[in-house]
Design a protein around this ligand. Sequence first.
Ligand code: NAD
Length: 243
Amino acid sequence: MSEIKVALITGANRGIGFQIAKTLAKSGFKLLLNDLNPNEESLAELKKLEVEHEFSYGDVSSPAYVEELFALCGEKYGRIDVVVNNAGITRDNLIIRMSEEEFDQVIAVNLKGVFNVMKEAAAKMLKQRSGRIISISSIVGLRGNPGQVNYSASKGAVIAMTKTLAKELASRGILVNAVAPGFIETEMTAVLPEKAITELKGQIPLKKLGSTQDIADIVDFLASDRAGYITGQIISVDGGMNI
Ligand code: NAD
Protein backbone atom coordinates (compact mmCIF):
# COMPACT_ATOMS: atom_id res chain seq x y z
CA MET A 1 0.00 0.00 0.00
CA SER A 2 1.04 3.61 -0.53
CA GLU A 3 2.36 5.96 2.15
CA ILE A 4 -0.92 7.86 2.39
CA LYS A 5 -3.72 5.44 3.21
CA VAL A 6 -7.29 6.51 2.63
CA ALA A 7 -10.40 4.76 3.96
CA LEU A 8 -14.01 5.44 3.08
CA ILE A 9 -16.62 4.26 5.59
CA THR A 10 -20.38 4.40 5.04
CA GLY A 11 -22.86 4.91 7.90
CA ALA A 12 -20.02 6.27 10.02
CA ASN A 13 -21.98 8.60 12.33
CA ARG A 14 -22.41 6.23 15.20
CA GLY A 15 -22.25 2.61 16.36
CA ILE A 16 -19.99 0.19 14.51
CA GLY A 17 -19.17 2.62 11.67
CA PHE A 18 -17.97 5.37 14.01
CA GLN A 19 -15.82 2.91 15.97
CA ILE A 20 -14.29 1.65 12.70
CA ALA A 21 -13.55 5.27 11.74
CA LYS A 22 -11.72 5.99 15.02
CA THR A 23 -9.82 2.70 14.87
CA LEU A 24 -8.64 3.14 11.26
CA ALA A 25 -7.61 6.71 12.10
CA LYS A 26 -5.38 5.34 14.89
CA SER A 27 -3.81 3.02 12.29
CA GLY A 28 -2.90 6.05 10.20
CA PHE A 29 -5.75 6.20 7.69
CA LYS A 30 -7.13 9.48 6.43
CA LEU A 31 -10.89 9.23 6.32
CA LEU A 32 -13.82 10.00 4.07
CA LEU A 33 -16.95 9.34 6.11
CA ASN A 34 -20.53 9.06 4.93
CA ASP A 35 -23.87 9.12 6.71
CA LEU A 36 -27.36 10.46 6.09
CA ASN A 37 -27.11 13.51 8.38
CA PRO A 38 -24.53 15.24 10.54
CA ASN A 39 -24.14 14.00 14.13
CA GLU A 40 -22.71 16.80 16.25
CA GLU A 41 -21.43 14.47 19.00
CA SER A 42 -19.33 12.36 16.62
CA LEU A 43 -18.06 15.43 14.81
CA ALA A 44 -16.94 16.95 18.12
CA GLU A 45 -15.20 13.71 19.14
CA LEU A 46 -13.33 13.47 15.82
CA LYS A 47 -12.25 17.09 16.14
CA LYS A 48 -10.84 16.39 19.62
CA LEU A 49 -8.98 13.32 18.35
CA GLU A 50 -7.49 15.42 15.54
CA VAL A 51 -8.35 12.77 12.98
CA GLU A 52 -7.92 13.87 9.36
CA HIS A 53 -11.38 13.41 7.90
CA GLU A 54 -14.14 14.75 5.73
CA PHE A 55 -17.83 13.93 6.04
CA SER A 56 -20.17 13.57 3.06
CA TYR A 57 -23.90 13.34 3.70
CA GLY A 58 -26.11 11.27 1.42
CA ASP A 59 -27.95 8.02 0.88
CA VAL A 60 -25.85 5.06 -0.30
CA SER A 61 -28.88 3.59 -2.07
CA SER A 62 -28.57 6.40 -4.65
CA PRO A 63 -26.05 5.54 -7.40
CA ALA A 64 -25.71 9.26 -8.30
CA TYR A 65 -24.80 10.15 -4.71
CA VAL A 66 -22.28 7.29 -4.44
CA GLU A 67 -20.64 8.45 -7.66
CA GLU A 68 -20.32 11.93 -6.10
CA LEU A 69 -18.90 10.42 -2.90
CA PHE A 70 -16.08 8.70 -4.80
CA ALA A 71 -15.47 11.82 -6.89
CA LEU A 72 -15.03 13.77 -3.65
CA CYS A 73 -12.58 11.13 -2.43
CA GLY A 74 -10.57 11.56 -5.63
CA GLU A 75 -10.56 15.35 -5.32
CA LYS A 76 -9.58 15.38 -1.66
CA TYR A 77 -7.10 12.52 -1.41
CA GLY A 78 -6.35 11.37 -4.97
CA ARG A 79 -6.69 7.70 -4.06
CA ILE A 80 -8.73 5.09 -2.15
CA ASP A 81 -7.22 2.17 -0.27
CA VAL A 82 -10.00 0.78 1.89
CA VAL A 83 -13.76 0.91 1.53
CA VAL A 84 -15.99 -0.25 4.38
CA ASN A 85 -19.64 -0.96 3.59
CA ASN A 86 -21.17 -0.39 7.00
CA ALA A 87 -24.41 1.57 6.45
CA GLY A 88 -27.38 -0.66 7.19
CA ILE A 89 -30.95 -0.58 8.47
CA THR A 90 -33.56 -2.96 9.88
CA ARG A 91 -37.35 -2.94 9.35
CA ASP A 92 -38.29 -6.09 11.26
CA ASN A 93 -41.61 -7.89 10.94
CA LEU A 94 -42.93 -11.42 10.54
CA ILE A 95 -43.38 -12.14 6.84
CA ILE A 96 -47.17 -12.11 6.89
CA ARG A 97 -47.09 -8.60 8.37
CA MET A 98 -44.10 -7.28 6.43
CA SER A 99 -45.04 -4.56 3.98
CA GLU A 100 -43.55 -4.26 0.52
CA GLU A 101 -42.10 -0.93 1.69
CA GLU A 102 -40.32 -2.54 4.65
CA PHE A 103 -38.85 -5.15 2.33
CA ASP A 104 -37.81 -2.65 -0.35
CA GLN A 105 -36.25 -0.14 2.10
CA VAL A 106 -33.93 -2.73 3.61
CA ILE A 107 -32.92 -4.13 0.22
CA ALA A 108 -32.31 -0.59 -1.11
CA VAL A 109 -29.84 0.34 1.65
CA ASN A 110 -28.27 -2.98 2.71
CA LEU A 111 -28.00 -4.59 -0.73
CA LYS A 112 -28.22 -1.97 -3.48
CA GLY A 113 -26.23 0.47 -1.35
CA VAL A 114 -23.43 -2.10 -1.06
CA PHE A 115 -23.62 -2.76 -4.82
CA ASN A 116 -23.36 0.98 -5.57
CA VAL A 117 -20.32 1.35 -3.34
CA MET A 118 -18.64 -1.87 -4.55
CA LYS A 119 -19.07 -0.77 -8.17
CA GLU A 120 -17.46 2.65 -7.66
CA ALA A 121 -14.74 1.21 -5.41
CA ALA A 122 -13.88 -1.48 -7.97
CA ALA A 123 -13.60 1.09 -10.79
CA LYS A 124 -11.17 3.24 -8.79
CA MET A 125 -9.18 0.34 -7.31
CA LEU A 126 -8.79 -1.42 -10.68
CA LYS A 127 -6.93 1.64 -11.94
CA GLN A 128 -4.67 1.63 -8.87
CA ARG A 129 -4.30 -2.17 -8.97
CA SER A 130 -4.73 -2.31 -5.20
CA GLY A 131 -7.40 -1.92 -2.55
CA ARG A 132 -9.54 -3.58 0.09
CA ILE A 133 -13.32 -3.79 0.14
CA ILE A 134 -14.77 -4.86 3.49
CA SER A 135 -18.52 -5.23 4.02
CA ILE A 136 -20.40 -5.62 7.27
CA SER A 137 -22.79 -8.52 6.81
CA SER A 138 -24.39 -10.31 9.79
CA ILE A 139 -24.79 -13.67 11.47
CA VAL A 140 -28.41 -13.30 10.34
CA GLY A 141 -27.22 -13.55 6.73
CA LEU A 142 -25.62 -16.89 7.55
CA ARG A 143 -28.24 -18.45 9.82
CA GLY A 144 -31.52 -16.52 9.41
CA ASN A 145 -33.60 -14.93 12.19
CA PRO A 146 -37.38 -14.81 12.69
CA GLY A 147 -38.81 -11.39 11.80
CA GLN A 148 -35.96 -10.50 9.48
CA VAL A 149 -36.60 -12.00 6.02
CA ASN A 150 -35.73 -8.64 4.45
CA TYR A 151 -32.60 -8.06 6.55
CA SER A 152 -31.34 -11.67 6.31
CA ALA A 153 -31.85 -11.65 2.53
CA SER A 154 -29.83 -8.44 2.23
CA LYS A 155 -27.02 -9.67 4.48
CA GLY A 156 -26.91 -13.10 2.76
CA ALA A 157 -26.64 -11.30 -0.56
CA VAL A 158 -23.69 -9.24 0.75
CA ILE A 159 -21.92 -12.53 1.51
CA ALA A 160 -22.58 -13.82 -2.03
CA MET A 161 -21.44 -10.52 -3.60
CA THR A 162 -18.28 -10.55 -1.48
CA LYS A 163 -17.31 -14.02 -2.75
CA THR A 164 -18.08 -13.11 -6.38
CA LEU A 165 -16.22 -9.80 -6.27
CA ALA A 166 -13.22 -11.42 -4.58
CA LYS A 167 -12.97 -13.73 -7.61
CA GLU A 168 -13.49 -10.87 -10.09
CA LEU A 169 -10.83 -8.61 -8.57
CA ALA A 170 -8.15 -10.92 -7.14
CA SER A 171 -5.92 -10.79 -10.21
CA ARG A 172 -5.67 -6.99 -9.82
CA GLY A 173 -4.54 -7.11 -6.20
CA ILE A 174 -7.91 -6.08 -4.74
CA LEU A 175 -9.05 -8.05 -1.71
CA VAL A 176 -12.73 -8.36 -0.84
CA ASN A 177 -13.95 -9.69 2.50
CA ALA A 178 -16.94 -9.45 4.82
CA VAL A 179 -17.41 -9.47 8.57
CA ALA A 180 -20.44 -11.23 10.04
CA PRO A 181 -21.06 -9.75 13.49
CA GLY A 182 -23.27 -11.52 15.97
CA PHE A 183 -25.22 -9.26 18.31
CA ILE A 184 -23.31 -6.07 19.09
CA GLU A 185 -24.25 -3.38 21.61
CA THR A 186 -25.34 -0.41 19.46
CA GLU A 187 -28.46 1.68 18.90
CA MET A 188 -29.58 -0.97 16.40
CA THR A 189 -29.81 -3.62 19.14
CA ALA A 190 -30.87 -1.15 21.87
CA VAL A 191 -34.42 -1.40 20.49
CA LEU A 192 -34.62 -5.08 21.51
CA PRO A 193 -36.65 -5.74 24.69
CA GLU A 194 -34.68 -6.68 27.85
CA LYS A 195 -36.22 -10.19 27.77
CA ALA A 196 -34.99 -10.75 24.21
CA ILE A 197 -31.46 -9.60 25.17
CA THR A 198 -31.38 -12.03 28.13
CA GLU A 199 -32.57 -14.88 25.88
CA LEU A 200 -29.98 -13.93 23.26
CA LYS A 201 -27.14 -13.98 25.77
CA GLY A 202 -28.24 -17.52 26.70
CA GLN A 203 -27.64 -18.59 23.07
CA ILE A 204 -24.17 -17.03 22.81
CA PRO A 205 -21.37 -19.36 23.92
CA LEU A 206 -19.42 -16.38 25.37
CA LYS A 207 -22.64 -15.25 27.15
CA LYS A 208 -22.42 -11.55 26.26
CA LEU A 209 -23.10 -9.19 23.39
CA GLY A 210 -20.10 -7.96 21.41
CA SER A 211 -18.72 -4.42 21.44
CA THR A 212 -18.27 -2.09 18.49
CA GLN A 213 -14.50 -2.37 19.09
CA ASP A 214 -14.70 -6.16 18.52
CA ILE A 215 -15.87 -5.40 14.96
CA ALA A 216 -13.57 -2.42 14.40
CA ASP A 217 -10.54 -4.54 15.34
CA ILE A 218 -11.20 -7.19 12.67
CA VAL A 219 -11.88 -4.50 10.05
CA ASP A 220 -8.60 -2.83 11.04
CA PHE A 221 -6.80 -6.15 10.54
CA LEU A 222 -8.46 -6.85 7.16
CA ALA A 223 -7.48 -3.33 6.07
CA SER A 224 -3.85 -3.84 7.07
CA ASP A 225 -0.78 -5.20 5.29
CA ARG A 226 -0.99 -8.21 7.64
CA ALA A 227 -4.13 -9.45 5.81
CA GLY A 228 -2.59 -9.53 2.31
CA TYR A 229 -3.36 -13.22 1.68
CA ILE A 230 -7.04 -13.18 2.72
CA THR A 231 -9.84 -12.70 0.20
CA GLY A 232 -13.42 -13.87 -0.30
CA GLN A 233 -13.80 -14.67 3.39
CA ILE A 234 -16.69 -14.09 5.76
CA ILE A 235 -15.25 -13.61 9.23
CA SER A 236 -17.67 -14.31 12.07
CA VAL A 237 -17.25 -12.11 15.15
CA ASP A 238 -20.09 -13.36 17.28
CA GLY A 239 -19.00 -14.81 20.62
CA GLY A 240 -19.25 -18.31 19.11
CA MET A 241 -22.86 -18.12 17.91
CA ASN A 242 -21.95 -19.46 14.47
CA ILE A 243 -20.16 -22.59 15.63
P1 NAD B 1 -26.57 1.92 13.61
O1 NAD B 1 -28.01 1.99 13.27
O2 NAD B 1 -26.13 2.31 14.99
O3 NAD B 1 -25.68 2.74 12.55
C1 NAD B 1 -25.91 2.64 11.18
C2 NAD B 1 -25.55 3.97 10.55
O4 NAD B 1 -25.83 3.87 9.14
C3 NAD B 1 -26.39 5.13 11.10
O5 NAD B 1 -25.55 6.20 11.47
C4 NAD B 1 -27.30 5.49 9.93
O6 NAD B 1 -27.65 6.86 9.88
C5 NAD B 1 -26.46 5.08 8.73
N1 NAD B 1 -27.29 4.84 7.54
C6 NAD B 1 -28.50 4.22 7.50
N2 NAD B 1 -28.98 4.23 6.25
C7 NAD B 1 -28.06 4.87 5.48
C8 NAD B 1 -28.00 5.21 4.11
N3 NAD B 1 -28.99 4.89 3.27
N4 NAD B 1 -26.92 5.87 3.65
C9 NAD B 1 -25.91 6.21 4.49
N5 NAD B 1 -25.92 5.92 5.80
C10 NAD B 1 -26.97 5.26 6.30
O7 NAD B 1 -26.14 0.41 13.28
P2 NAD B 1 -24.91 -0.48 13.79
O8 NAD B 1 -25.43 -1.39 14.82
O9 NAD B 1 -23.71 0.36 14.08
O10 NAD B 1 -24.68 -1.35 12.48
C11 NAD B 1 -23.70 -1.06 11.49
C12 NAD B 1 -23.69 -2.20 10.48
O11 NAD B 1 -23.44 -3.43 11.15
C13 NAD B 1 -25.03 -2.37 9.74
O12 NAD B 1 -24.78 -2.76 8.40
C14 NAD B 1 -25.67 -3.53 10.50
O13 NAD B 1 -26.60 -4.22 9.69
C15 NAD B 1 -24.45 -4.36 10.83
N6 NAD B 1 -24.65 -5.27 11.95
C16 NAD B 1 -24.98 -4.79 13.19
C17 NAD B 1 -25.16 -5.69 14.24
C18 NAD B 1 -25.51 -5.25 15.63
O14 NAD B 1 -25.76 -6.11 16.47
N7 NAD B 1 -25.53 -3.96 15.95
C19 NAD B 1 -25.01 -7.07 14.01
C20 NAD B 1 -24.68 -7.51 12.73
C21 NAD B 1 -24.50 -6.59 11.71
